[in-house]
Ligand binder design. Sequence first.
Ligand code: DLL
Length: 446
Amino acid sequence: MLQPEYEAMPRAELQALQDERLEALVRRVYQAVGFYRKQLDSAGVGADPIRGSKELARLPFTMKSDLRDNYPFGMLATDRDRLARVHASSGTTGTPVVAAYTRSDLDVFAEVMARGLAAAGGRAGSILHNAYGYGLFTGGLGFHAGAERLGMTVLPMSTGATDRQVKFIMDLRPVGLACTPSYALTLAQEIQRRGVAPDDISLEFALVGAEPWTETMRAEIERLLGARCLNVYGLSEIIGPGVAFECAEGRQGSHINEDHFLPEIVDPESGESLPEGSEGVLVITTLTKQALPLLRYWTGDVASLTSEPCACGRTFVRMSPVRGRTDDMLIVRGVNLYPTQIEEALGKVPELTPSFEIVLSRDGVLDVLTLHVEVSEDFYRMIGQRALSDEVIESHERLRELKARAIRVLRDSVGLHAEVVFLAPGEAPRSEGGKLSRVKDLREVR
Ligand code: DLL
């Protein structure tokens, strides 16, 4: 543990620290940010600070649209000339969301990332292969600074050029890999294709995040790389990666760096706070951010929290894996569906892989869900690497049985009938390093 004085702080002490920081934060944003002064006035809080986190619900939510409406620097709590760096996330709607940092914000960013890397098994002198994108995206530079803080040797690969990535992993023998889970899978499959056994890969851990992923992906990445695969969560608006991280001991949810980020779970419809264990939208208040402090930021990510003790000894609460963003939820024939549910279900069919694409189309008025999914290398070899057309499937008993089983497992897990199309290894869309979208929605807009 890098900073046990914080990471394993007794809960009562931690709560006192959070309360103190929260009260100072509310006072500061009221003074410094016109947007928050208006918000706090209309919420009836005004300049009189709230008393601790038990009064958190009195504060208004901050939405992504608030950041867009105040683009680029309208919500800064410091003077512009105190900014040390700016990141941005493009999003899908046009106006980027700008994340601004003072020196001290960058310091916190490096610190929380170093904690996450240490929890995964990073240590001074060992090599981190950093295949997160460098640039406006917070992944590359965030991991870079965290690894340097820990004294690791950073290989700043950034994304793309998979051949060269594989060469460096094999030649430089890094201990850690940092990238999106979908790109970790691309790299692992590429290494496997070259006939390298997991035992001959130097990696001890992969620290992955930036997109939803499941135990199915974890099992496949770990099997192919022979390394533990752990989660890191974060978002540009809050700081970047490092809001929460999984520990090697627990692997049951990600510890939120609660001395800096105060989490809540709320009902997506009513905004009411939900009790521990319930699934809802994760809302985060930044406790120490200087440039862009945020009150009750609505992440849109669906997760739950637990404060059950963890094997690692950290006292920070843990968030469950993110099921998805509320805006990424699909509605198929009236049934709510997150792509992670499909990924999870695929884990129950050993002949299939987590390389898949969901295609939504329409037949008359009915939604049609088609899952295009790669069969495993072993299975493909076993069936003689034949083309996977409908005729072949119909005439081949193992394939016919596999298809019927896949359809059954999907129906049982997600409550929907899916058409299943088998792909040969390598045929599904691959991540080139960034976040991978696994959904093609061909239904016309209603
Ligand atoms: O993705 C920061 C990051 C970089 C996190 C590298 C982890 C590793 P944004 O581009 O602003 O920032 O996207 C933030 O990505 O609201 C989630 O929807 C999603 N996300 C991030 N981490 C995870 C994760 C970075 N571990 C958005 N699991 C968030 C699921 C994640 N979703």
